[in-house]
Design a protein around this ligand. Structure first.
Ligand code: NAD
Length: 370
């Protein structure tokens, strides 16, 4: 079988879908073609891919494959280079129906890895987790870089410096890593989430959980989420959370927001009123900025100063850690490939498999995800 790894062309994308480590494993049984320069934004040279067993090729040849490994969805030009029936694997955005329709029209068999279900068997293929982990780490790095004070408490001959107070909003994979990273830097941390099991995880990392009690059975039920993901909370709970967050934000030096609800705009957690109440020189890093942001003042791709507060709206923070983000992503992709390649090294797509069902967005000209 022929497996292609093209250059990613989406602006700002630095990751690559295979690394020499994964190419070496694939090249033992398949023909692997890598477009020249595909790894360069992640500091992987053509020579490193060639040494791992890949053939370095031009763009058209990288797409002329049975399976094309991507980070982002192919654009119109890239779709045009693939023959009908080509398998495309990547973070193809299962909620982008126009793009899925276009891939279906091109006859592609496309797998959107963001839709991998949260079951034990699929953990090693979970790209949202592998990339969110990196984003959580980088968010703290960016906050520390923007913040004009120290993170740890310091006792010096010139006097004592207080530790930074960090507030993390949304404690999924990114939020947990943000807590752990800020803790290593010596910050004092508080965190909030809708899902009750998070409290214990927050406390086990040495942070304080901001409890917003559930007053009705309905609130309790919604907060459980579905499939590990949060659901939109009732307006009354959101109001009570906002009041509590407003008070905690006044004391915070850094706020990192990561709250997402799949397929919907991100919930507003830090209102303009709350930003106004924050200390000058405080920093907000809004990891949800691509989905509209957890703070209405965030601006996509920019760091802005509003009411004296720095608001970092950099999307896709994992792209700023390109080498490790690619390394983890490529392993996720390799594990996913094992699902569709049988013992005789042939492509077999079992439509009854739970992971295939969830991720296959189009095949045979049909859109399979509504
Ligand atoms: P996510 O990126 O979808 O959202 C980030 C966090 O924001 C979540 O914790 C969510 O509850 C929270 N959030 C949403 N609305 C909020 C609001 N109004 N206020 C405060 N917080 C809000 O989440 P994620 O990082 O993908 O992870 C969610 C959970 O799934 C985690 O507990 C994670 O450990 C778990 N998970 C399980 C598996 C598996 O079992 N295979 C794989 C990956 C993740």
């Amino acid at each position: 079988m022929r497996i292609g790894i093209p250059v990613e062309t989406r602006p700002g994308e630095t990751r690559v879908a295979a690394t020499p480590e994964t190419v070496k494993k694939l090249a033992a049984k398949h023909q692997v073609v890598v477009q020249s320069g595909a790894g360069m934004p992640a500091s992987v040279t053509d020579d490193a891919y060639a040494a791992a067993g890949a053939q370095i090729v031009g763009m058209a040849e990288a797409y002329a494959a049975d399976v094309v490994l991507k980070v982002r969805a192919p654009n119109a030009d890239e779709r045009g280079l693939m023959k009908a029936g080509t398998v495309v694997i990547g973070m193809l955005n299962p909620f982008d129906s126009a793009n899925i329709a276009a891939m279906a029209a091109a006859g592609l068999q496309a797998f959107a890895l963001e839709a991998v279900p949260r079951i034990t068997r699929a953990q090693s293929m979970d790209v949202l987790s592998s990339q969110a982990n990196i984003a959580g780490y980088k968010a703290v790095m960016m906050a520390a870089n923007t913040y004009q004070r120290f993170m740890p408490m310091l006792m010096t001959a010139a006097g004592t410096v207080k530790a930074a107070r960090v507030l993390i909003m949304g404690v999924g994979v990114a939020g947990l890593q943000a807590i752990a990273t800020a803790k290593r830097l010596g910050a004092v941390i508080e965190a909030s989430d809708v899902r009750p099991p998070v409290k214990e995880q927050v406390e086990s990392l040495g942070a304080k959980f901001i409890d917003v009690p559930f007053l009705t059975e309905e609130e309790k039920e919604i907060a459980k989420g579905v499939g590990g993901y949060a659901r939109p909370m009732p307006a009354d709970w959101m109001r009570r959370q906002a009041e509590l967050v407003h008070e905690r934000a006044k004391l915070a030096d850094i706020i990192i927001t990561t709250a997402l609800i799949p397929g919907r705009p991100a919930p507003t957690l830090i209102s303009e009123e709350t930003v106004k109440a924050m200390k000058p020189g405080s920093v907000i890093v809004d990891l949800a900025v691509s989905q509209g942001g957890n703070c209405p003042l965030s601006e996509l791709g920019k760091t802005v100063v509003k009411h004296g507060v720095y608001i970092v709206g950099e999307p896709d923070l994992a792209t700023l850690v390109a080498a490790d983000a690619s390394a983890l992503y490529a392993r996720n992709v390799l594990d996913f490939l094992k699902l569709i390649i049988d013992k005789e090294d042939k492509l077999v797509i079992d439509r009854e498999d739970e992971i295939i069902k969830a991720t296959l967005v189009c095949a045979g000209g049909d859109v399979l995800r509504k």
